[in-house]
Each structure stands twice: as C-alpha cells, then as structure tokens.
Write a protein that binds this ligand. Structure first.
Ligand code: FES
Ligand code: FES
Length: 174
C-alpha cells in the first residue's frame, strides 16, 4: 500500500508498505529519517518517540497505515535548519547526551512536556520522561537539561514560536 503523510512539514509518500510495517520502519528505512531510534521495537524504551498529530507516540507501536493522512514530527523536525531547538541545545549544553541512543525520544518527550507545562516540577519531568529509558546518564543530566530548556524558553518570552502547536512543522501555528 501507499502511505502519504505530512512529515516534518513536508508531504511524504512511501510505496509498497506492507500491512504489518511500523511507522518507525517507514520513517527510518523508507523516508531516510534515522533520528528516531529502534532499540526495543516493543514500546518499552521510548527511543522511537515522535509526534503523531499532537500526541507523542512510540513509532514502533504505530502501524504504518495508521499514519495515513496524519502529521508526524520526528526529532529532525524540531530543529530549524542549522539551528537546534532550545530543547536540543539544552541537552548538548547540560551534557545530557552520551551514547545518544535515547536522546531523540527524550527530546521529543521533553519538547511535548514543556509545551504543556513550561515550568514543570522535577517530579513532573520524571513522570513525563518515565517511558524513555537511558542506560548511560543516570538521568540527572537529563533533568538538568529540561530545567535549562525551560529557563531559556521562559526567558525567550511567551509561548508562540518554539513549542507544539507553536511552530512544529506542519502545525497550525508554524
Ligand atoms: S523502539 Fe519503540 S519503544 Fe523502544
Ligand atoms: S545516552 Fe546512552 S542510552 Fe541515554
């Protein structure tokens, strides 16, 4: 079957998709977007987290056919050209990236959290990122990164340009 979806703001098609194929496979292998990682393929690790419309999902658990006509944003879609999104930059600056395998999923999940709650308590950050496993960092640097991103986004002014529904590719306000 053919799948057509808006991916990171562009209309993309994939042909000859078989019915059991996952959205993660389509993104990585058919659309050339390897940012979303395939670690467990069972919905356990969060490394494949993407936006499907306005919700974050594990792309490994979404059948490709469910993406038909939908809006998808991957970690590649958070940046603007050569400029990292403030959430991405904060992960770099806080040293929250080691092997990096978990990072794309954490970035999408943190982006979503800060869109819903610009000043989350640590407990809320932990809860929001509980589905994203990291075996390298011990999570403290990740918490620091989310705090840093929240502070920078709040200094940058009211929401409106950086967060979902507020500037994601293909979103209403982009
Ligand atoms: S690869 Fe999808 S949750 Fe682990
Ligand atoms: S940085 Fe290696 S799994 Fe998180």
């Amino acid at each position: 079957m053919r799948i057509t979806a808006t991916v990171n703001g562009e209309t993309r098609q994939a042909d000859d998709v078989w019915e059991g194929e996952s959205l993660l496979y389509v993104l990585r292998e058919r659309m050339g977007l390897p940012g979303s990682k395939n670690a467990c393929e069972q919905g356990e690790c969060g490394s494949c987290t993407v936006y499907l419309d306005d919700a974050v999902v594990c792309a490994c658990l979404v059948a490709a056919g469910q993406a038909q006509g939908r809006r998808i944003v991957t970690v590649e879609g958070l940046a603007r050209g050569d400029s990292l999104h403030p959430v991405q930059q904060a992960f770099v600056d806080a040293g929250a990236v080691q092997c990096g395998f978990c990072t794309p999923g954490l970035l999408v999940a943190a982006h979503d959290l800060l869109a819903r709650d610009p000043d989350p308590a640590d407990a809320d950050v932990r809860e929001a990122l509980a589905g994203n496993l990291c075996r390298c960092t011990g999570y403290e640097k990740i918490l620091e990164a989310v705090r840093l991103a929240a502070a920078r986004l709040s200094e940058a002014g009211p929401p409106g340009s950086e967060l979902p529904g507020h500037g994601l590719p293909g979103g209403e306000a982009s």
